[in-house]
Design a protein around this ligand. Structure first.
Ligand code: SF4
Length: 349
């Protein structure tokens, strides 16, 4: 149960701290909802340092929602390449079209309109509407949940819907009426730079006399999380096929998975995994003419996703060009690839 400790002046203390510790981030120079939205979507699952780089290139290429709505999806995915979770970019494309259709091309800044856009949840709608429209909607992300769970010593799992809802309610009562946007940015920064997951800075913390976990010397026990599901192990096998006239085979993924619309090498399909070299040869020989003795394992990598540990083996072979799906190396810079394949592609360009 989230118990409000009424005498914590959360809002004033956080905003005072924020004014002298505010990080100089490019999206903080504007209250224009389109730019704030772009930054918030990029920062989901992305470190700030990486996010800054992508934010600049995205805004340069798509400076407003109209250009984004009319953009080419393949080029958009290329701009997003390396960030992962590509559905974010595709949802942005859909949202931009919706803004053109339903809002006359003016990016909305009120919570109710924002929450109806594809890819926008409570966290993003709260961030944009508080920063750009002064709405009193508190943000609740992982950093905020950790900080509040320690401050109030919440003995409930923070990854439960019920606890998140209670923390949101508590913060909506505490949020600054005058500067809700500053309050939200302050609490996110505070969680990520002071009340950190491991190296928490209790000795210099402005809440050390309020914080229930610190006062009871139990910070390490918080936040409480219900059992996390262990990531499953999976193996994939690709063959990098180079033709005798120096082109490379690529296939555009059309399935519904996280790499939909991105390009990949020749994928060896079939169970059981892991496969043998002779299975790779068998799969390839249905389509290509080649000397099987020259098939070799180029590299194996482990790609970690939140729900999966993916081992990817990359084989390599030279084939006779049979005229299908072969691309010039010079076109690789224009084609979007999943992150683990991009690492391999970078060896060729
Ligand atoms: S005293 Fe420590 S645990 Fe409590 S809010 Fe501050 S940094 Fe977090």
């Amino acid at each position: 149960m989230v118990q409000a400790i009424s005498d914590i002046n959360l809002s004033d203390k956080l905003i005072k701290w924020f004014l002298s510790n505010k990080r100089d981030l490019p999206w903080r120079k504007t209250k224009e909802p389109y730019s704030v939205w772009v930054s918030e979507i990029i920062l989901q699952q992305t470190r700030i340092e990486t996010g800054i780089k992508y934010y600049y290139s995205f805004i340069k290429k798509y400076p407003n929602v109209k250009l984004l709505a009319k953009s080419n999806k393949q080029q958009l995915l290329k701009t997003w390449e390396g960030l992962g979770y590509y559905s974010r970019a595709l949802n942005m494309h859909k949202a931009a079209k919706q803004v053109l259709l339903n809002h006359g091309g003016v990016f909305p800044k009120d919570y109710q309109s924002l929450i109806n856009l594809p890819g926008v949840g409570d966290y993003t709608a709260s961030a944009i509407s508080s920063i750009c429209n002064n709405e009193k909607e508190a943000v609740v992300d992982g950093n905020v949940l950790r900080f509040i769970s320690r401050l109030l010593k919440i003995d409930e799992p923070i990854n439960s819907f019920k606890t998140k809802k209670q923390i949101k309610k508590y913060l909506n009562e505490k949020i600054s009426l005058k500067n809700p946007g500053d309050f939200n940015e302050a609490i996110m920064d505070f969680g990520s730079t002071v009340c950190k997951a491991k190296k928490f800075l209790c000795q210099s913390c402005i809440f050390s006399l309020d914080c229930q976990a610190h006062l009871s010397n139990t910070v390490k026990n918080y936040p409480i999380k219900s059992n996390k599901i262990k990531p499953v192990k999976k193996e994939m096998n690709y063959v990098i096929i180079i033709s005798d006239d120096k082109k490379i085979y690529l296939n555009k993924r059309s399935d519904k998975g996280i790499w939909k619309n991105l390009f990949e090498f020749f994928l060896v399909k079939g169970d059981p995994m892991p496969i043998t070299k002779s299975m790779v040869v068998k799969s390839l020989s249905k389509k290509f003419n080649f000397n099987s003795n020259k098939l070799r394992l180029h590299k194996s990598i482990i790609h970690k996703l939140s729900h999966m540990d993916l081992k990817i083996n990359f084989y390599m072979i030279e084939v006779k060009n049979n005229g299908g799906k072969m691309y010039d190396f010079s076109s690789l810079n224009e084609i979007p690839f999943p992150k683990p394949l991009k690492v391999i592609i970078d060896d060729f360009v």
